[in-house]
Design a binder for this molecule. Structure first.
Ligand code: FAD
Length: 323
């Protein structure tokens, strides 16, 4: 018996969510009194894989196969399931990222496993049960799901678990999984980066703006603040519908669901459909000239005033702090 954690990388560097997922998986392994095995797919440097020992991993399986250079749902799910079988892992943990959302059900089918997707806390194993708290209804509620199957898959909501160091001696082993042609039906030929900006789903800080900014020509201050804070930019649906910002920035019920440590909402009313995608952010700061704007009800910090006066002042303040 073991716990297997799948760790994601971007451009062969481990993502921050990988360390969160490893820390969470280590805590689960400790609860179940078993070892933690990590699986990496890609060309991550062995020193970086070895560094996972710091977070409680005792073995890292490393699959570095030319056919898996780009992310392919079916093939990655197959490799993860094979690793779980080899390690007798009855609990598989991964991030509820873009990739994780596609992988989780595919792995579950291969392992005949129950799923808790979007977990936000450690399982409760009282009385021999295995109950996981997870987000539901676009983050508007929590659900407690009991996994009764012997194999279990948990995908962890990004930014919902702290990175914890738990030093362990670690080995890194090559893992050469069988890859069927039928798993390689979709081949990514080339990835062209549209931007070098911070990726929105992974961002720790997000600066977001809505229709209150009046037009696309006013996004300079949003981008400047985001650059200064090392943040990603986001927007409300009407803003992307109007073509002021790309659809990839649209957050909410019909857009991306994000959970950064800090979400700054500028000129956004806080409609329920918008909140559905951002309400699990750790700290929410709202800037709106209408003191009755619904967003203030869920804000940790609210600033009532004109964004065109307030945002430049915040920018100057951040600049002076950095100087
Ligand atoms: P508005 O509602 O127009 O609000 C603009 C805000 O800016 C106001 O609160 C105003 O007081 C403030 N403001 C104006 N000028 C200034 C200023 N100078 N300084 C400071 N503040 C100012 N919306 C989403 O965002 N995401 C979704 O995924 C989504 N999905 C939807 C799905 C469905 C099925 C439906 C029906 C709607 C959905 N919507 C979604 C739309 C949602 O209901 C709201 O209409 C939308 O979120 C409003 O966007 P907004 O806050 O930018 O604009």
């Amino acid at each position: 018996m073991a716990v297997l954690v799948y760790i994601e990388n971007t451009d062969n560097k481990l993502k921050k969510s990988a360390l969160e997922t490893v820390s969470y998986a280590k805590a689960v392994a400790e609860m179940l009194n078993t070892n933690l095995v990590a699986l990496s797919i890609g060309n991550v440097a062995s020193a970086e894989l070895e560094s996972l020992g710091k977070y409680g991993v005792s073995k890292v399986l490393n699959t570095n196969n030319e056919k898996l250079k780009s992310f392919i749902n079916q093939a990655y799910a197959s490799v993860i399931a094979q690793a779980a079988k080899q390690e007798n892992a009855d609990v598989v943990i991964l991030s509820n990222s873009f990739a994780g959302k596609g992988l989780t059900p595919r792995i579950a089918i291969k392992l005949n496993a129950g799923i808790a997707d979007g977990a936000v806390d450690l399982p409760d194993t009282t009385g021999g049960k295995f109950v996981v708290k997870k987000t539901a209804f676009s983050n508007k509620a929590y659900a407690y799901v009991e996994l009764e199957s012997s194999n279990k898959i948990i995908s962890l909501t990004p930014n919902s678990y702290k990175i914890v160091e738990k030093p362990e001696s670690v080995t890194v082993e090559d893992f050469s999984a069988a890859i069927k042609d039928s798993d390689l039906k979709t081949i990514i030929k080339e990835i062209v980066r549209a931007t070098n900006k911070v990726s929105l789903p992974d961002a720790e800080i997000v600066v977001s703006a809505g229709r209150g900014l009046k037009g696309p020509e006013n996004w300079g201050m949003v981008e400047e603040l985001a650059n200064l804070l090392g943040a990603a930019t986001a927007c409300s649906k009407p803003v992307s519908d109007a073509g002021w910002r790309p659809h990839s920035e649209h957050v909410g019920q019909t857009g991306l669901a994000i959970s950064p440590n800090l979400y700054i909402a500028i000129g956004i009313s806080g409609a329920i459909q918008h909140l559905a995608g951002v309400s699990s952010s750790k700290v929410i700061v709202v800037i709106n000239k209408d003191p009755e704007a619904p967003f203030f009800k869920v804000a940790d910090y609210g600033i009532v005033g004109d964004a065109f006066e307030i945002v430049p002042k915040i920018i100057e303040e951040v600049k002076s702090l950095k100087a």
